[in-house]
Ligand binder design. Structure first.
Ligand code: COA
Length: 416
């Protein structure tokens, strides 16, 4: 089966997580992604948080599958020449260097466009062009703080808290992938490439849109009824941290199940969907609440929502999280066990769907990685191991017309 992005050549000048997550996804869908790395060192994640001495770290292998690796010192004249040749025959260049690094290397947008008018240059930066922080270097948690996630995550009596989900990194990469595909579609029509820029702050904020909604509601009415602070606590003039409250119109919370005293994840997330009130009462054996005016509407329940959650926890006391969900699913109640990474890694459904894939690596052997979360009816996404540093240097140089002798000399001079 041919892959939708086959024939698209991408110069992958990315490192760490935000850029690599983007180009990895495009590689999964068939693009030829050439990861350009500094000779001798490569992407810093190859050696960060290693679990096997001398072997590429999982940090790298899980973000760079299905790619080819070319080592190239793009600050040397010969390196610039090779990059120039590559630019002339590629479709996309993706980079997430610190601000101005690509320009300092001599590859400004104007120069790249001269070399290849069809080229799409896609960049991740911490802040958008023209922002008063545009010069800052940014990592994941910095972006979560800058984009509104940290100030609104955690509990009211605790400090701003970052999420474990890579809202700043991988999320930005996904936004960039959408930008690249949009620019490719536009190029099909106009024949022209363009610059695509995504900032980590903007991408985090895009996912925090409900908190911007809440700021405006708070400004207008002075309280937010779905937050645990309502109605017994108080609000200031900024959106508070809402703990585990549901962000929409349905109250929800993380509730203890059997074994919570010793198992850190013996919990479920329970949602009180308005129209599921009667089934919830039946499920937990509180039929008398169904028609009780003190409980029967969402508004009536608001001031005692934590007492209701307490009653549900009583019901959960003798049930594991899995047993509880097995009962609740019969009543059509939106809920889930709180799953640990170990449980997810061994989940047969995730293995069967390819969301978690076991792949081979030349030096590491088998390891687990995430597969495509996007499923297609006409594309089976195959996940391959990540490349070794410079594994494809020679074949890529050959394809650019370099002879064996020239390639040997480039190695000798440490250009590649
Ligand atoms: N050959 C020669 N030089 C290379 C090279 C190569 N193949 N690849 C990179 N370099 C050089 C760059 O040109 C740059 O040189 P200069 O600063 O002297 O001009 C240098 O390596 C460092 O690049 P930089 O990206 O600034 O690395 P850093 O380690 O100092 O910063 C980040 C890392 C992630 C903080 C920074 O890249 C950044 O803010 N990126 C944008 C936001 C982002 O993506 N954050 C990470 C999310 S996971």
């Amino acid at each position: 089966m041919s892959k939708p992005l086959e024939g698209i050549k991408i110069i992958d000048f990315t490192h760490v997580q935000a850029g690599p997550a983007c180009t990895q996804m495009l590689a999964w869908f068939g693009a030829d992604v050439i990861k350009v790395e500094r000779p001798g060192a490569g992407d810093v994640t190859r050696s960060q948080l290693r679990d096997i001495p001398g072997v590429d770290a999982l940090y790298f292998t899980m973000l760079n599958s299905n790619k080819r690796s070319l080592t190239l010192d793009t600050k040397m004249a010969e390196g610039k020449e090779i990059l120039t040749k590559l630019i002339k025959e590629s479709d996309v260049l993706v980079e997430n260097f610190g601000p101005g690094a690509l320009d300092r290397m001599g590859f400004t947008w104007e120069h790249i466009r001269e070399l290849n008018p069809g080229m799409i240059v896609a960049s991740v930066k911490g802040f958008s062009d023209g922002h008063h922080y545009e010069d800052l270097k940014v990592y994941e948690n910095v972006a979560q703080c800058a984009g509104g996630a940290a100030s609104t995550t955690g509990f009211d009596d605790g400090p701003p808290t970052v999420s474990a989900a890579a809202l700043g990194d991988s999320n930005t990469g996904m936004h960039l992938a959408i930008g690249i595909l949009t620019a490719l579609r536009s190029r099909d029509v106009t024949g022209r490439g363009q610059k695509v820029a995504v900032s980590m702050q903007d991408s985090v904020l895009n996912l925090c849109r409900v908190k911007l909604r809440d700021q405006q509601r708070l400004d207008r009415v002075g309280y937010l009824e779905e937050y645990p602070q309502y109605p017994h606590g108080s609000f200031s003039d900024v959106v508070p941290r809402g703990g585990n409250a549901g962000g929409g119109g349905q109250p929800g919370w993380v509730l203890k199940c059997k074994g919570w005293e010793t198992d850190p994840n013996a919990y479920i997330y329970f949602t009180i969907q308005g129209h599921a009130w009667a089934p919830i009462c039946r499920a937990i054996g509180k039929e008398e609440w169904i028609d009780d005016p003190a409980y029967m509407t969402a508004q009536a329940r608001q001031d005692k929502i934590f007492d209701i959650f307490g009653t549900i926890e009583e019901w959960l006391k003798d049930k594991t999280k899995f047993e509880a969900v097995d009962v609740l699913r019969k009543f059509d109640i939106p809920c889930s066990p709180v799953l640990s990474m170990k449980e997810l890694a061994n989940d047969p459904s995730l293995r069967a769907s390819g969301t978690i894939a076991e792949v081979d690596h030349k030096e590491r052997g088998k390891y687990l990685t995430v597969g495509s979360p996007i499923k297609f009816s006409d594309l089976k996404v195959e996940i391959k191991g990540s490349p070794l540093l410079g594994e494809h240097t020679d074949e890529i140089l050959e394809s650019l017309g370099y002879s064996q002798n020239q390639i040997a000399a480039l190695h000798e001079q440490r250009v590649v």
